[in-house]
Design a protein around this ligand. Structure first.
Ligand SMILES: [Zn+2]
Length: 434
């Protein structure tokens, strides 16, 4: 059945971050948007009409996450990156059963939806369980099947497994194409250049997305930088770039690295919360965007952030960009909002999500206006309204969320999953892993 959402404010997240007043989002029965604009210009409509009192915006796109790690949240907190991985996270992950990944992802998906995040790019393992949790919660995922090279787990068999799955089920499937499958080679310090190049061939042949960690901490890829100058140079010279590639973190990049990314169409997942907590540094977001690189925002895993709140990442991205440049105009509320939506989708190589535009999937968030952050009203000038949303209210008044036109959050709670039961299930996994 078709649905019209009618609100005082609609933010389509077009390139200029237009603020529409007294506007509608029309959703056709296939879950896609058929019209967005002021009600005065809308076509006649005979479907279900929902009157809303706040702000409609596209579902946020989390470009880098390991959400099943909700079962490890807070573990090893306050250790630096490599010690945190080696001493706390990897030993615990080695004890995770496939069902634990489902349990962790289910709560992660519910938590993200409640924060207005409808899509997450996930690098993890036990993909079938992860995908099953996403379908239960009703969110959307771009799954990058983690590929490492470990004793007893050679990279080639991990790669073959995801290739077989893609070739069997297709790149995208599920209601509203909620699931996209892809490759998640961990990093250039965990895999050889020739392994990365072989994976890249498979990625390009299928039009899939490669998700990879690049230049997160200064001490993580010393040998690779020694031999190639930088990880982006290694990736370029090995023939890894050129398809859909998402470079997570990308903190320690030179101007030449940025040019390599721009010329190869590499997308970047900027994870300011995780990079701050692990003291990794601040990615050169302003220079990347000026060079034409699509930069999205990512939460990273809930064991290193520790929430799954992309509104918080908007604020941190803007704050870090301003503090590191001593320029209050370096990144504004509109720019941060676009990174969390349209630009994040583009960084994933997706033009069917991340904006309220005719033809895209109807992934829509409603932020209620009943909040001190909006006490000045919704009829404030556009710049003030965007500031109130990004700097003031954040995620706390996300009350309703639709994915492919189906309502998955109502009154701030999942319509499909018992959140308290999902939390209880995480508690029992966590107790076993301690
Ligand atoms: Zn990561």
């Amino acid at each position: 059945m078709s649905l019209r959402l009618h609100a005082p404010v609609v933010l389509p997240c077009d390139e200029s971050c237009t603020v529409l007043r007294d506007a509608v989002v029309d959703i056709s029965s296939d879950g896609r948007i058929s019209f967005v604009g002021p009600v005065s210009e809308a076509p006649s409509f005979d479907g279900d009409v929902r009157r809303l009192t706040g702000i409609l915006l596209p579902g946020l796109v989390n470009t880098h996450a390991h959400s099943p790690m909700t079962v490890l949240r807070g573990l090893g907190s306050d250790l630096p990156l490599l010690r945190w991985l080696r001493e706390a996270i990897w030993p615990a992950e080695a004890r995770l059963a496939p069902a634990d990944v489902r349990t962790g992802m289910l709560l992660g998906a519910v938590e993200m939806l409640r924060n207005g995040v409808t899509t997450s790019a996930e690098m993890y393992f036990h993909g079938e369980e992860l995908v099953s949790a996403v379908l239960e919660a009703g969110s959307r995922v771009v799954f990058g099947s983690a590929i490492l090279d470990l004793p007893g787990m050679p990279w080639r068999s991990m790669t073959d497994a995801i290739t077989r799955w893609i070739d069997a089920d297709g790149l995208r499937f599920g209601p509203g194409e909620r699931i996209e499958l892809g490759y998640g080679p961990h990093s250039a310090y965990m895999l050889s250049p020739s392994a990365l190049a072989s994976i890249a061939d498979l990625v390009r042949a299928r039009g899939a997305l490669m998700q990879i960690h690049v230049a997160e901490a200064q001490d993580e890829d010393l040998a690779q930088r020694e031999s190639h100058g930088s990880v982006p140079r290694l990736l370029a010279s090995a023939g890894v770039l050129g398809g859909r590639v998402l470079s997570a973190h990308s903190v320690h990049l030179s101007p030449e690295d940025i040019k390599i990314y721009a010329s190869h169409g590499v997308g970047v997942a900027h994870c300011p919360g995780s990079n701050g907590k692990l003291a990794s540094g601040v990615a050169p977001v302003v220079s990347l965007r000026e060079a034409g690189v699509n930069v999205g925002l990512g939460t990273d895993g809930p064991a290193s952030n520790d929430d799954l709140d992309l509104f918080e990442e908007m604020r941190l991205a803007a704050l870090y960009a301003r503090v590191t440049s001593l320029d209050a105009s370096a990144l504004g509320a509109a720019g941060a909002l676009l990174m969390a939506t349209r630009e994040g989708a583009a960084a994933l190589g997706r033009s069917d999500i991340g904006a309220l535009e005719s033809g895209r999937w109807a992934d829509v968030v409603h932020v209620a206006a009943d909040d001190p952050a909006f006490a000045c009203g919704l009829d404030t000038p556009s710049s003030q309204l965007l500031a109130n949303l990004v700097w003031g209210s954040g995620s706390r008044r996300v009350t309703d969320v639709w994915v492919a036109g189906s309502q998955v959050v109502s009154g701030g709670e999942s319509t499909l999953v018992d959140r308290v039961a999902a939390q209880r299930a995480v508690a029992s996994v966590s107790a076993r892993l301690r």
